[in-house]
Design a protein around this ligand. Sequence first.
Ligand SMILES: Nc1nc2c(ncn2[C@@H]2O[C@H](COP(=O)(O)OP(=O)(O)OP(=O)(O)O)[C@@H](O)[C@H]2O)c(=O)[nH]1
Ligand SMILES: [Mg+2]
Length: 436
Amino acid sequence: MTPMYEFEHGRRERAFLAGLILPGLPRPVVEEHLDELERLVDTAGAEVVGRGVQERQKPEPATLVGRGFLRRLAEQCEDQGVDSLVFDEDLTASQVRNIEREVPGSVKVLDRAAIILDIFAQNARSRETQTQVELAQLSYLLPRLTRRWRHLSRQAGGIGTRGVGETQLEIDRRLINRRMAQLRGKLAVIERDRRVRRDRRGDLPTVAIVGYTNAGKSSLFRRLTRAEVLVEDKLFATLDPRARRVALGEDLTAVLTDTVGFIRKLPHDLVAPFRSTLEEATVADLVLHVVDASHPCSEEHLRVGREVLDGLGVERERTLVVRNKIDLLGAGYTGADARRLRSVAVSAVTGEAIADLKSAIRTILLSAPDVAILRVPLEEAELVRRAVSLPHQLARRFDDESVELAMRVDPKYLIEAGLDNYRVDHWGAVGEEGGT
Ligand SMILES: Nc1nc2c(ncn2[C@@H]2O[C@H](COP(=O)(O)OP(=O)(O)OP(=O)(O)O)[C@@H](O)[C@H]2O)c(=O)[nH]1
Ligand SMILES: [Mg+2]
């Protein structure tokens, strides 16, 4: 896949950004969104030379922004030698066509989704991610291809050439559809392999790290597992999910997964191929929803993440919010947020409160509704033998008098084994609190 932005003679492409202020969407918020778009464009490899915002009651159906404003944008493009005009809103196929007519012929008209796809294409490493990205690109391209061909055939003179254009269009569409079917087939195979791999992890509990792009997911993954993974001050640095074991004290090990980041206005056809990546979150015993607490839009980031998780069917009870980057918050930060329900405040970079996070993860994993905790006196040798041979054990530890076990087990097996009376409420009755 060729990146959208190419360097010719060391010159960076020049981009101009455009946004819309609508009722309920005040200017500071729109400016924040454009800041984010600027980071996206920069990550994609182009230089942002300016931006313009228009205030309107509602979007103009044909061109998104008003005619007069569009003319001013066109002038800016002309004056500043702009290569691409990037809108923060999603553009429909016909909006792109209408805007293209108003701006200089050399200017590409793009939207946020096009930029995100471009970054994805540049950052995809594994076969699976490359397949997903290509699929997303083609489904983005398909409706726009229609438009471009119509556009071209009209330029070539309408009557006479129209048929040619349409024929070519049909061929291209057929090719793209065939390619998309192939890619879907390939993904089905890859996904099955992944499921098999996941099953081999056995009974270890799984924890998935999700959150807005650049929140510090990979940093946290690295901090918790001591694995060397790519951490970059870039959007969508991580596209390929990776899993690794993490010790949560001496008696409990979990499998931790790092995942692709979320972003606002991520179009759905783009998300679909990534669902399988995020499937790690849907099957995880616990989802760590990481947010950059130092970011001015951290609440919006949380909301976007929450919406994606809701869409994936991840219940709130299975989520722990991790407010990251607290080292960047001023001295006035008291840590009060940390006591909010199901939320922990940490710094992945300094390591502050990472031990608290680990013990919160432990507590949640071991107190899940489907986990039973047993404490059996060692002198009951037969019961101990039965208890330790039950399947799906998560954690186990001893002291001189008893053994403590945490397992996912149907209560009826405990009754059958005569172990029901040995259930206790909490993990940690034996010996001292596990070293975290
Ligand atoms: N000061 C500070 N910086 C952090 C912290 N955690 C992460 N960062 C920085 O934030 C940037 C993004 O970190 P990553 O770990 O790559 O973020 P990510 O969520 O994996 O990002 P994507 O994979 O791109 O979605 C990097 O520059 C990190 O060094 C933190 O606790 N404190
Ligand atoms: Mg990452």
